[in-house]
Write a protein that binds this ligand. Structure first.
Ligand SMILES: Nc1ncnc2c1ncn2[C@@H]1O[C@H](COP(=O)(O)OP(=O)(O)OP(=O)(O)O)[C@@H](O)[C@H]1O
Ligand SMILES: O=P(O)(O)OC[C@H]1O[C@H](OP(=O)(O)OP(=O)(O)O)[C@H](O)[C@@H]1O
Length: 306
């Protein structure tokens, strides 16, 4: 029985539905569920069931370990999925999946880490020929082979797999260094480690098989996700300004495409409506004020299509 027979046998009522895989637990789970809600996907997941039929679209959600999603999508068992870039690279599926969009959450770094107390190890090169423990065996071997300047088969560094709690390996005497994900750095510091190299910057991505079975539906989901990401990134800013100050104001707020300008019932004045990135909003409002804008209002964007 091959992989496709197995998955189809376990999904008897889903043959006419696009299979959309999301992590069943872990760091990406909450953000994925929130994204699904925001893009209008309605479903009812029964306790302990890993498949949920979507009630308002011909989609079945499949809850899988994040680490397996890229492989399922690459092999075509699953049509669309959300997982980490790190997982795509580690499972060597980048040629078999199409990355539709980076999702802006699950951001962290895959780093080589060593005991901070061992002063001789300041750089990943200091770990060449030593013992490394990781859950990312392929990426780690590639990195150390690169450092050694030899093919993976000829490298002297010993890379060993553990499935979790990687940070404990040095303290327990199993490794001289580890390769693991770091976000805040709290886990690494608590284990007495420090980073000596970054192998990869990662975040969650929306992926599809290179030969999708439901291209139109996959594109609809892509567009909905793009709209939500844009709505999260921008606000709508409205203000009034004298025509004499309009050129400067438009330079401060060029918008995504261009500002919308309407006449006010007051000679020589216009109203401007424009999208502004949230991260620069406070500065932008100060600059608009200095440029003579009045009644500067900021409105949240609930959703969008771009
Ligand atoms: N600290 C973190 N900050 C942000 N994203 C992370 C972090 N740790 C992991 N990720 C992302 O989430 C993905 C899944 O990691 P997570 O630790 O949640 O795995 P998991 O599914 O719970 O499996 P495991 O049982 O091996 O821990 C990672 O591949 C990575 O893309
Ligand atoms: O830099 P930090 O913010 O401390 O995050 C890093 C930790 O997060 C991940 O593990 P997670 O907590 O998801 O659990 P896991 O060890 O079970 O994978 C990763 O494997 C690190 O251990």
């Amino acid at each position: 029985m091959d992989d496709s027979t197995y998955i189809n046998a376990s999904l008897p009522d889903t043959s006419d539905r696009m299979l959309f895989a999301v992590p069943k637990k872990g760091r990406l789970y909450d953000q994925c569920l929130s994204l699904l809600t925001n893009i209008g996907i309605e479903f009812n997941r029964k306790p302990r069931h890993d498949i949920a039929l979507v009630s308002n679209l011909p989609i079945a959600l499949v809850f899988l370990p994040a680490a397996d999603i890229a492989t399922y999508v690459a092999k075509g068992n699953i049509d669309l999925g959300i997982t980490g870039l790190d997982i795509i690279r580690e499972s060597q599926t980048e040629n078999d999946v199409a990355e539709l969009m980076r999702l802006g959450f699950g951001k962290c770094r895959l780093q080589v880490q060593a005991p901070a107390a061992i002063k001789e190890v300041r750089d990943a090169r200091d770990l060449v020929g030593k013992r490394i423990v990781t859950s990312f065996i392929n990426l780690t071997k590639q990195r150390f082979a690169e450092l050694e300047g030899v093919p993976v088969e000829e490298m002297t560094t010993q890379v060993r797999f553990v499935s979790g709690s990687v940070e404990a390996a040095c303290g327990l005497g199993l490794a001289d260094g580890i390769v693991d994900l770091v976000e805040s750095g709290d886990t690494m510091r608590a284990a007495g480690l420090h980073a000596v190299d970054t192998v990869l910057d990662t975040e969650s991505v929306l992926i599809t098989n290179r030969h999708p079975r439901f291209p139109k539906l996959a594109d609809t989901i892509r567009q909905r996700v793009a709209g939500i990401l844009m709505a999260r990134r921008y606000v709508l800013c409205q203000y009034n300004i004298a025509r004499s100050g309009l050129e400067l104001a438009c330079a401060i707020t060029p918008g995504r495409q261009a500002p919308t300008i309407t006449s006010l019932e007051q000679e020589g004045w216009v109203a401007v409506s424009v999208m502004v990135e949230k991260k620069s909003l406070a500065d932008t409002m100060d600059q608009l004020r200095d440029a003579g804008a009045t009644d500067i209002l900021v409105l949240q964007i609930a959703n969008a299509r771009v």
